[in-house]
Ligand binder design. Structure first.
Ligand SMILES: [Zn+2]
Ligand SMILES: [Zn+2]
Length: 369
C-alpha cells in the first residue's frame, strides 16, 4: 500500500480517536514473569512513541526541530532522536515545545535523548554491521572497536548502560549481521527490534535466514525474556516513497502513569509496551496466566462507513514459534496450559497492519538477563 495512503489513514484515525486511553492500574503490565498485584488506584495511560530516528546530525535529511515537529503533528507522544554516533541535543527543543503548550499551541510532547551506537567489522570478507540504540543516554557513546561482532555488540551494550541509558539492538538482519546465538550470548540485554521500517533491513528473513519474529521465538524458546520493539528508523522527511525510510511505519505504545521521561523510560525498560505498525490496542492484561487483549474499535461519524471497519486475526504464538490459537474476536485471549513455556500475541488487521504484545511466560519460567 502506498505510504501516502497509510499516513493519511493514520492521521484520520488518530484525529478521530482520543488516543490516550485511561485504564485502571490493576489491569496489569504484561511484564510476563511477575504477577504484580498493584492495588494503586492511579490511572495508567498509553503513550505512542518512536525510539529510532535520524536528523541532519547524521544521515537524516532534516534538522532535529523539523523531525520532532513531524512526530508531534502526527499524534505521537514521545520521540527518541538517535543519530549515528552523535548525541543530538534536545533541551532547547523541549523548552520550545513546553512553551508552545503553555500558549495552548499543540499537545504535550516528550523528547528523550539517545544515540545509535554504530560500528562495523569485516572478518574474512564478511561485513557485520552492529547498530545498538542507546535510549535515555546522558553522554556520547560513539563507535566501538573489537575483534568480533559479538565483542563490539557487548561493548556497545555496556557503554550504553554506563552512559545511563538502556540498549536495544537494531535491525539484526541488516547485512545479515546478528543471529539468535549472537543475541543470546549478550549480557544485560532485554530489547531488540522485531520490526524496522527501513527498506533494506530484511525484517521478513528468507534464503535460510530467519525473520525477526522467528529470531524472537528462537530466543524466547530458550527461556529468556526479550522485549520486541517496532521502529521506523526514519531518515527522510522531505521526500516520500517506498524506497525511502520515511517516518510513521513502526512504533511502540507504552503504558505509564504520566508522560514524563522517568515514567516512560521505566515502563520501556520493564517491557510494559506493545509494538505496532498500525493496530491499536485498548488494553492488555496477564492475570491468571491468561494473555488477554482488547483491540481498539475504529470510530465512525457516519455509521454506514462502519460497515467497512477493519477486522482482525490474533495469533497466539508459543515455544518454537508454534501457533497455539487463532482468535478472530475483538477481545482475544489465551490461557497458558500445562506444557506451555510462553505465549505472545500478534494481531493482524484486514489491511495488513500488525501489533505485537510482549511474551507472557508460565509461572517460574522465563528469566531476564
Ligand atoms: Zn542502523
Ligand atoms: Zn538508524
Amino acid at each position: 500500500m502506498n505510504i501516502f495512503v497509510n499516513l493519511y489513514t493514520l492521521a484520520l484515525f488518530f484525529a478521530c480517536a482520543n488516543f490516550l486511553i485511561s485504564i485502571p492500574a490493576t489491569s496489569q503490565a504484561q511484564t510476563m514473569n511477575n504477577d504484580k498485584n498493584n492495588n494503586d488506584s492511579s490511572e495508567l495511560q498509553w503513550f505512542k512513541g518512536n525510539t529510532h530516528t535520524h536528523t541532519l546530525n547524521s544521515d537524516g535529511d532534516s534538522p532535529p526541530g523539523t523531525v520532532a515537529q513531524w512526530y508531534r503533528d502526527h499524534f505521537y507522544d514521545f520521540l527518541v532522536l538517535t543519530d549515528h554516533n552523535y548525541l543530538t541535543k534536545i533541551d532547547k527543543l523541549q523548552e520550545e515545545f513546553d512553551r508552545q503548550l503553555e500558549r495552548h499551541e499543540g499537545k504535550s510532547f516528550l523528547l528523550i535523548p539517545g544515540e545509535e551506537v554504530s560500528s562495523d567489522i569485516t572478518v574474512e570478507d564478511r561485513r557485520q554491521v552492529i547498530h545498538v540504540n542507546g535510549i535515555d543516554t546522558h553522554r556520547l557513546v560513539g563507535r566501538q572497536e573489537g575483534n568480533s561482532g559479538r565483542e563490539i555488540m557487548q561493548k556497545s551494550i555496556d557503554e550504553v548502560h554506563d552512559a545511563g541509558g538502556f540498549p536495544h539492538i537494531n535491525h539484526p538482519n541488516f547485512y545479515w549481521s546478528i543471529s539468535a546465538d549472537d543475541l543470546y550470548s549478550m549480557k544485560r540485554l532485554r530489547h531488540f527490534e522485531i520490526y524496522n521500517g527501513h527498506q533494506k533491513v530484511h525484517v521478513s528473513g528468507g534464503g535460510g535466514k530467519p525473520s525477526l519474529e522467528e529470531l524472537w521465538d528462537d530466543l524466547l524458546s530458550r527461556g529468556r525474556i526479550y522485549y520486541g520493539v517496532a521502529v521506523d528508523d526514519a531518515h527522510y522527511f522531505r521526500d516520500w516513497g517506498r524506497h525511502l525510510s520515511n517516518p510513521g511505519r513502526g512504533w511502540i505504545v507504552v503504558r505509564a502513569a504520566e508522560l514524563s521521561r522517568k515514567a516512560i523510560v521505566e515502563a520501556m525498560r520493564e517491557g510494559d509496551f506493545y509494538a505496532s505498525t498500525g493496530v491499536d490496542l485498548e488494553d492488555i492484561s496477564t492475570e491468571n496466566k491468561t494473555l488477554r487483549l482488547s483491540i481498539k474499535r475504529e470510530e465512525f461519524e457516519n455509521p454506514r462507513k462502519g460497515q467497512n471497519a477493519d477486522r482482525y486475526h490474533t495469533y497466539f504464538i508459543g515455544q518454537g514459534g508454534k501457533i497455539l490459537k487463532v482468535d478472530e474476536s475483538m477481545d482475544p485471549s489465551y490461557s497458558l496450559t500445562k506444557g506451555d513455556l510462553y505465549v505472545r500475541a500478534r494481531v493482524l488487521s484486514s489491511n495488513g497492519a500488525h501489533a505485537w504484545t510482549q511474551p507472557l511466560f508460565a509461572p517460574g519460567k522465563g528469566s531476564l538477563e
